[in-house]
Design a binder for this molecule. Structure first.
Ligand SMILES: Cc1cc2nc3c(=O)[nH]c(=O)nc-3n(C[C@H](O)[C@H](O)[C@H](O)COP(=O)(O)OP(=O)(O)OC[C@H]3O[C@@H](n4cnc5c(N)ncnc54)[C@H](O)[C@@H]3O)c2cc1C
Length: 316
């Protein structure tokens, strides 16, 4: 079922999760245990991130050479499992970066075959890897180009005009939004206009980047509505779980940690950081639901410990 149908039919607040496929060579049993833990909370859908290959640059006798250091497979396999073993809707993330449009089309065809109805279309983080384009291949530059491609497929338009069995797909498409603006955007108003472009291209809903101050979300929703964006805007919440994240989260995700939260974590022993993070996210979640958020999307990533503590206390 589509994410938008889940939202429309919900009679009580919905919660969804986002997980990362294990790095190559990682232990799939741990991932299965994580999913089992999450399934107990009855999520209507689970997102699985996608990642372009990582590269390194090496100095050699021929000058600097680029070498793929780590491939990041797993999204398709994990989605197939979630969708078909647990009958929970899987939402694979699809990227511009690191993938050609031809690879994206193949991926979408596989998803259809697996009975997957939803995708989240994002440009992708900069992994230092820009795949050289071979003759006859093309790439999506921005997420709105990717949404265009998926919308075209939903109308039955594939990359090759004469493709056999080119039936229209019917994907529900989510896109990312940034309450604190995307770090490359000159200002929030421009960034919101870019989100409108994605919605006009065919996106059905928005999931926000994590934020730790709810006012950022509420004013972002207001700005989006003023810009004519009418689709659901699902808040994304991450539980802060360690002192180290006081610096890594702002560095990696370009979001602020409110002074009250950082002061409390700094003053406490390291082992209390997670409980402080859970309290904070719990208060955020309660307020979001009280003030009408359509659902909450939790960035769980690879461990369910903190989210179990939170959901054990959140009245849904
Ligand atoms: C919910 C969510 C899930 C994510 N999942 C993943 C994941 O699985 N894997 C991963 O690698 N990353 C993921 N990311 C991170 C994301 O890939 C990065 O934040 C990326 O830098 C931007 O992606 P986007 O889709 O928002 O990009 P876009 O919407 O393409 O925007 C990127 C930047 O370009 C600007 N822009 C957009 N269109 C244009 C245009 N036509 N001309 C000029 N400027 C333009 C925007 O304002 C913005 O500053 C996720 C982010 C979110 C919010």
């Amino acid at each position: 079922m589509k994410v938008t149908e889940h939202l429309a039919r919900a009679t009580s607040p919905l919660i969804s999760f986002e997980i990362i496929p294990p790095l190559r060579g990682g232990n799939v049993q741990e991932l299965l245990a994580l999913i089992e833990d999450l399934i107990r909370f009855g999520p209507p859908f689970i997102d699985i991130t996608s990642h372009a290959a990582e590269v390194i640059y090496e100095e050699t006798a021929q000058g600097f050479q680029r070498r793929v250091k780590r491939k990041r497979p797993g999204t398709l396999g994990v989605c197939a499992l979630i969708q078909n073993k647990w009958s929970v809707d899987a939402v694979p993330h699809i990227l511009c970066r690191g993938f050609t449009r031809e690879e994206t089309e193949d991926f979408l065809i596989e998803l259809r075959y697996l009975g997957i109805d939803n995708v989240l279309a994002v440009r992708g983080d900069d992994s230092g890897y820009e795949k050289p384009l071979q003759y006859g291949r093309s790439a999506n530059l921005y997420a709105c180009d990717l949404v265009d491609q998926i919308a075209a497929m939903n109308r039955g338009t594939y990359l090759e005009d004469d493709l056999l069995d080119a039936e229209p797909s019917d994907f529900c498409v989510g896109v990312g939004g940034y309450p604190e603006k995307h770090f490359e955007a000159p200002n929030l108003a421009t960034d919101v206009r870019r989100v409108k472009q994605k919605v006009d291209a065919g996106a059905d809903y928005v999931v926000t980047q994590m934020f730790f101050d709810n006012e950022r979300y509420f004013s972002y929703v207001d700005a989006c509505r003023e810009a004519g964006i009418e689709v659901p805007i699902i808040p994304g919440i991450k539980i802060l779980t360690s002192k180290r994240q006081l610096t890594s989260i702002p560095r990696v995700f370009y979001v602020d940690i409110p002074p009250a939260l950082s002061a409390e974590v700094e003053a406490a022993p390291a082992e209390q950081a997670e409980d402080i993070g859970v309290e904070w996210a719990l208060a955020q979640s309660r307020e979001l639901l009280d003030r009408g958020a359509p659902s909450i999307h939790f960035y769980v990533m690879q461990s369910s410990r903190a989210i179990r503590k939170l959901l054990g206390r959140l009245d849904l």
